[in-house]
Each structure stands twice: as C-alpha cells, then as structure tokens.
Design a protein around this ligand. Structure first.
Ligand code: ATP
Ligand code: MG
Length: 769
C-alpha cells in the first residue's frame, strides 16, 4: 500500500531517498561514517519487498558481523510483516555455510561437516607440521596458518601457488597435507567455506544458473572490507552486465582489514566492471555531535590515500571530546569506571556505553575494574565464550557425536578427562591412521595392548553417547554428554572448577537460547526447509533434497563456530559493551571510551614502520571516534602492563591531529613524566600480587615499591621521553623501556630511520640532554 511505502521512506534525505529507490541497476553508495549507509541498505530491502519488486527468496544481503545481520533482520521485521527467513541475510561466512549445507554432496563434504575456528585450525596445522617432521622454528605454525588462509583468500589452491624457493615449496606441501587432513576429518576452516562455495558456483553450471535466477537483488554492506575472493564469489551470484542488481555500500576511510586481505580496490573494480553510472554520496551525518565529527574529519584528513568525502552535521557542537591521562592502565580503568557510573546515574543505559581498545589484551584490567564494582559488562570478540577451554572440550564431545572422524576433536578429548591414554599410544594411533589414510576413530583397532583397550573404550563411549542421544533435544544431548564424558565430575574435583562448571551450564543455556531463537521449537529435531530445490531438470536434485535439513546439534555446533561469542550470560541485559575497535565497526553508542591511545598501542607498533600501516591505524581511529553519538572520551596511560611487561608509553601522535578546540583535557597536559610514577608502581605491584591489594571498588592498599621495579624506572641511565644518540641511527626519542639489567630493551624513534627496538646491553645509546 502506498501509505506504508510513504511511511517507509519518511525522514530520508533526498540523497538517501534516491539511493533507496534506485532501479535494478548496479549501485555504489560511497559515504562516510554515520551517514545512513546501513539504514539506506536496510530500507531498500524493505522498499523492494513492499513494492513487490522482489520476494524474500530473491534477496541476498551481506553484512560484516552476526550482530549486524541480526539487527538487520530485526529492523526489517519491524518495518514489514514479511517472513524474513526466506531471505539470505548474513555474513559472508554465514551465507557460505548455508550454501554448503544445502549442497554438501556436490561440494564433496560430509553432511555433518564441522567448522574449524582459528584455534582449531592452528592445532590442525601444528599436527601437519609435526607429521611431516618439519622444524617448528622454521615453519612457525601461526605463519603457516596465515600462509594457507592468505592463499585461500586469493583463491589459490596448492597447485596454483607460485613458489620461488625450497622454503616456498615446502610451505605448499604443508598446505597440501593440511587439505588432505581436513578432507579426511570432514572439517573446513573459515577460508575454506568461502573458497569451496566459490569453486562450486564456478564449476557447476546448473547450480550457478539456479542461483543467478533466484537472487535478483544482492546488497553488500561494508564493501570496502571485502577481499578478492569475496568479490569473486559475489560475481558468481551476480555477474557484471546481467540483470541482477548489486547494491554496494562502503566507506574507504573505514577500510580496516587489509591485514586479512581486504581490498579497497574492489570498490574501483566494482565501479568499472559493473559500469556503475551513479555513485551516490551521502554527506549528512546523523550520528554524532559536531565536536566528535570535527575530530573524526580532522584526523582522517591526514591520510593521503582517500577517495575524498565530507561529512557535516546539523546537530550542533555538543560536548567536548574529553581527554584523560592516567598514570597506569589500572588507574585508567578506575577513571573509566567512575565516568561510566556517573553517566549511568545521569540516565545513560549501560548498553549505550562502549569501551573500545586496540588490542584484546587490554580488556582484562578494565574487566576486573568493572567486575569489582559489580557493573555488568559484556565482552565481544577476544576471549569468546565458545573459545574457553572447558567449552571447547564440551564442543569436541558434541562434534564427535556428530562426526566420529573429526580428528581435531578426537585429539582434544581422547584423554580429557584422563583415561590413561599416553602420548605414545596416541602417536601409534596417528601413525596407523596416516598409514591407512583413515581417521583416528577408525584406526583404534590397529593399536595393541593396554593403550589399544583404552582407545577402544573411548570410541565406545562416543558411540554409546551417539546411540543414547538419538532423538533427544539439544538440551538433553548436552546434559547427557556432560555426565557421560566425565567432564562435570572432573571439574567438580578441580580447585578452580566451579567457574568452569558454570560455563558448562551456560553452554546448556546457550543451546536453549539458540533453539528458541532459530525457531526449532523445543522438541524439534530438524530445520524447516525454506529453500526451493534447485531445478530438477538441471540434475542437481540429489543434494538439494537434503536441503538445509540439519540436526539441531549440527546447527548449534555451526553456530558455535561462527558466532562471535555474543552468547554470554547477560545477553540482552543492560551491560557495558567491551570490544576491540575492529569489532565495533558499523555500531553506535551514546558514549564511547577509547582507551590506550598511546604510541605503540594505537597506532600499533607493528604498523609504525610503513606509511600504509599508519594510514590503516588512522582509519581504525576514525572508525573508533565515529562510533560515538553524544560523548567521546580518549584516554592514555603512562605505564601499562601488557603481556607480562611494564611498558612506558607516550600519548599517541593522533592527539596532534585532532582539533584542539574540540577537546577538553581532564588532566593537566604534561610534557615529560612527573610524580605519577611512584603511584603507578604501587598499583602495578598491587595488581601483580593477584588483585589481593585491591579492596572494594578497586582501592589500592599502599604496597612497598619492590626494588626490582623501582630500578627499572630508568634503565642504563635512560628515561622515557628523552633524546638519545646512536652511532648508526643518529638522534632519536626514547619511547618505551622494557625489562631490566641485561634484558633491558628500548624502543626509539629515529625519525628518518624509523622506530627501532634496541637491546641496551649491546646498543650504545647516549642521552643528549
Ligand atoms: P557506519 O559507516 O558507521 O556503518 P552508516 O553510514 O551505516 O554508518 P547508519 O548506521 O545507517 O550509518 O546510520 C547512523 C545513524 O543515523 C543511525 O542511528 C540511523 O538511524 C541514523 N539516520 C540515518 N539516516 C537518518 C535520517 N535520514 N534521519 C534520521 N536519522 C538517520
Ligand atoms: Mg553502517
């Protein structure tokens, strides 16, 4: 009805309206943060459905996070009374998973294939390296994992990778062996989800035609962060020059995933290849007050590689951006806690307060401050619920119920809790499996003696569980598994087990929430098939008839692998939101704290050596700043305990790039370093002694300054902030001091020669002042 249509389009500005109501042509919406890109994309879907231009089954929309996908679904169902289930809305990984679940057979996967998360993947790679007898020092598992993921993201299988030397050849052999192992175990990693579905679309004409006929409108949010493979994948569903309409929205200034292969260049390629006639620009920002927006604009203006856009707001200047200098990360957390409590008392919901940080490791201190003060908080990303050891153990049992050949899961729990299965027995088993090309579970018969008996007992336990849980609900399955596996008994006797038992209980809750959310119904055992089967004539019926039928257990396990851990205890309740800047993309909050705005941390030290890295850090800061609606706080700290070492930091260079008039310094602006140190040592010490020195809402009991720590205040006669001279690199400024005595290291900015870490026992540094 026209009335609803009008309501839908109400309040859009002319540019937004034009974008929403574009014809079925390729479109690129290029606009800055908070200009309504996501809103335009969502409204367009609603408008297309409303005006009958497409049915829900003809829409595919790609978002960047699960949270964003859920939000989009919620918004859509609020706008329209349509069945949102038929639409394909999700992340690239989520959609690929959905695709492969429907076509597992064509894709050459077992029906219950499981997804390796990043830590599973690392341990799988380690096993390959070990099996090949390679040196982990030369083939560092993490780097090998990056190599494999990077190759896949470029669309390259082992045979496609170009090698230059012996090392490269070996890497490719590891990649090959890793693929074979995944194949054997029936598991796929994240990149494989993408590559496998891309290849299936590319190679299967009938399937490709089916999907090209099906999806009339493809909409992609955060297009600037797509990688090569994702773009190629999209082109399979909607090739340039055809009738499918691709609607891409993005912001080059918010491209922050270069380290994972994101290619801003995809925007230019898209514009050219699809012959986009109209690039829509949105310049009105609806999110933030003036001071916040001015800060973002001024900062990002320091980048050279920009397509160039502007943002303005009608909202007025609003509050100044508040800047706080703390003596320690601990003090920073206390300050933040006080401010957050004040905001909350003045009426801001906790969920509207976000604390952002550059590195995951920063969250611990903040968490403990919030925890001690009894303020609910929720951490996104990082230490995810599904990544905690006990939860991973439980999931491994569940995976084995689903797929006995999942060797990663097998190895994780075969001797956990202990069943007297030693390392030698496992090695024998692995040798036997390798020799016969079968899975570990299939090879237990090959191991003789006591070890063999114990192994057979383990396999029998899993088989028994599988039989007993036939037809049970997810909740019952998990309960049964927790008992039979011995996990609960084990943690009951463990000294720190209570916490872990609670997490396992939480797993039952997570499963329950999942079942309700996904509409399984409490007792349902299968997902309704909402896909239309591919064309019978096209000869792809055999697989499609399995459609998306997946047991609730398999669906839940998939969910656990894909979900970025938002399934925690207080899901839905009012809680302060903690996350890295990367995971804050696309979100907005009334109040935002950006913590640790220090040289070496933000911008990150790994990015300081090249101009591109620094520009990416600046975009990251731009993303962080533009998350705030009303209030923005920036804080930095003189000292910080990170990865077990105290670091001495100076404030970020980004402060020099912000407009002074928009800022308000809450602490006097100090050059150099004052008396704050003595106090921060005490705090560091109190914290080092296991939080026992912290009472109530986090007061610090005076503690003696330990001699070792006091002496590290200055090392080898050097101090942070001081100018120094080096015979080779010339003059520089000392940024960070770490370690003591012979281990003392200094980070020095030598200007033209860049940033260097120097061992003070070797490097000759002379103070200049
Ligand atoms: P980001 O680049 O951070 O992803 P975005 O461009 O996607 O931002 P949105 O999240 O869509 O921006 O919108 C930012 C805020 O502005 C949202 O709260 C949205 O509801 C609001 N908004 C967008 N357009 C309008 C409008 N025409 N009138 C009022 N509010 C609007
Ligand atoms: Mg957005």
């Amino acid at each position: 009805a026209p009335a609803t249509e009008t309501r839908l389009l109400q309040g859009l500005n002319p540019e937004q309206l034009a974008a929403v109501t574009l014809g079925p042509e390729p479109a690129l919406i290029l606009a800055g943060a908070g200009s309504g890109k996501t809103r335009v994309l969502t409204t367009r879907i609603a408008w297309l459905l409303q005006t009958g231009q497409v049915s829900p089954g003809g829409v595919m929309a790609v978002t960047f996070t699960n949270k964003a996908a859920r939000e989009m679904l919620t918004r859509l169902s609020a706008m329209l009374p349509v069945a949102v289930r038929g639409m394909w809305i999700g992340t690239f990984h989520g959609l690929c998973n959905r695709f492969l679940r429907a076509h597992w057979k064509l894709a050459g996967l077992p029906q219950g294939f499981q997804i390796l998360d990043s830590s599973d993947q690392l341990s799988a790679v380690k096993r390959v390296i070990k099996a090949m007898g390679l040196d982990e020092e030369r083939f560092v598992p993490k780097q090998v994992t990056w190599f494999i993921a990077g190759s896949k993201e470029e669309g390259l299988r082992p045979r496609d990778v170009e090698v230059r030397d012996e090392h490269g050849r070996t890497l490719v052999r590891v990649y090959e062996a890793y693929e074979a192992q995944c194949e054997r175990e029936g598991v796929v990693d994240f990149a494989e989800l993408m590559l496998r579905s891309y290849e299936l679309m590319r190679d299967n004409d009938a399937l490709r035609e089916h999907y090209q006929r099906r999806f009339r409108h493809l909409l992609v949010d955060e297009f600037q962060d797509t990688n090569r493979l994702q773009y190629a994948w999209l082109k399979m569903f909607a090739p340039p020059g055809r009738e499918q309409a691709v609607f891409a929205v993005g912001d080059d200034d918010q491209s922050i995933y270069a380290f994972r292969g994101a290619r801003v260049g995809n925007m230019a390629d898209f514009e050219r290849e699809y012959r986009v006639e109209r690039v829509v620009k949105l310049e009105q920002n609806y999110r933030s007050f003036g001071n916040i927006l001015d800060s973002a604009n001024a900062l990002i203006a320091h980048n050279r590689q920009r397509l160039g856009k502007n943002l303005r707001t009608d909202a007025g200047a609003g509050e100044p951006v508040r800047v706080h200098e703390a003596t320690s990360d601990y003090a920073e957390a206390q300050w933040l806690l006080d401010e957050a409590q004040q905001l909350h008392r003045a009426g801001t919901a906790l969920a509207e307060i976000a604390v952002l940080y550059r590195s995951n490791a920063q969250s611990r201190v903040i968490e403990s401050a919030l925890f001690n003060a009894g303020i609910p908080y929720r951490v996104y990303g990082g230490l995810r619920f599904f990544e905690r050891a006990e939860v991973k153990h439980a999931l491994a049992y569940l995976r084995l119920i689903e797929n006995a050949n999942d060797d990663t899961s097998f190895l994780r729990v075969v001797n956990f809790p202990t069943r007297g299965i030693g390392a030698r027995t496992i090695e024998q088993l692995q040798d036997a499996a390798r020799a016969s090309g079968r899975s570990l579970a299939q090879s237990v018969g090959a191991v003789a003696g006591r070890g063999g008996v114990a192994l057979a007992g383990f396999v029998a336990l899993i088989d028994g569980l599988r039989e007993r849980t036939q037809g049970q609900t997810l909740r019952e399955i998990i309960r049964q598994m927790l008992e039979d596996s011995g996990l609960i008994t084990f943690y009951r006797t463990d000294r720190e087990g209570q916490d872990r038992i609670e997490n396992l209980e939480e797993l039952v809750n997570a499963a329950e929430a999942f079942v309700t959310q996904e509409g399984f119904g409490k007792d349902a055992v299968a997902l309704p098939v909402d896909e239309q089967a591919p064309d019978a004539a096209a000869g792809v019926v055999p697989d499609a008839d399995t459609g998306e039928i997946m047991s609730p257990l398999a669906a839940f396990l998939t969910h656990a692998s894909l979900e970025a851990g938002d399934n925690q205890a207080q899901a839905g309740s009012d809680a302060v939101q903690l996350m890295t800047v990367h995971s804050a993309k696309g979100l907005e909050f009334d109040a935002v704290f950006i913590t640790g705005v220090e040289e070496g941390l933000f911008p990150h030290e790994n990015a300081l050596s090249d101009a591109d890295g620094l520009e990416e850090e600046r975009r990251l800061m731009y993303v962080a700043i533009t998350r705030a609606r009303q209030r923005l706080y920036l804080s930095f700290s003189q000292t910080r305990l990170l990865h077990g070492q105290t670091r001495y930091n100076v404030k970020s260079r980004f402060f020099d790039e912000l407009p002074e008039g928009a800022l308000k310094w809450l602490t006097p602006r100090q050059q150099g370093f004052g008396s704050g140190y003595a106090r921060s040592y005490q705090e560091a010490w109190a914290r080092g002694s296991g939080l026992s020195g912290i009472v109530g809402a986090g007061r610090v009991e005076p503690a003696p300054v330990p001699a070792a720590m006091a002496s590290s205040r200055s090392s080898h006669g050097l101090k942070v902030g001081q100018s120094v001279f080096h015979t080779k690199f010339g003059e520089g400024v000392l940024l960070t001091l770490e370690g003591e005595g012979d281990d003392a290291r200094a980070q020095v900015n030598f200007g033209r020669h860049g940033l260097k870490w120097l061992a003070l026992s070797v490097a000759k540094l002379t103070p200049i002042e």
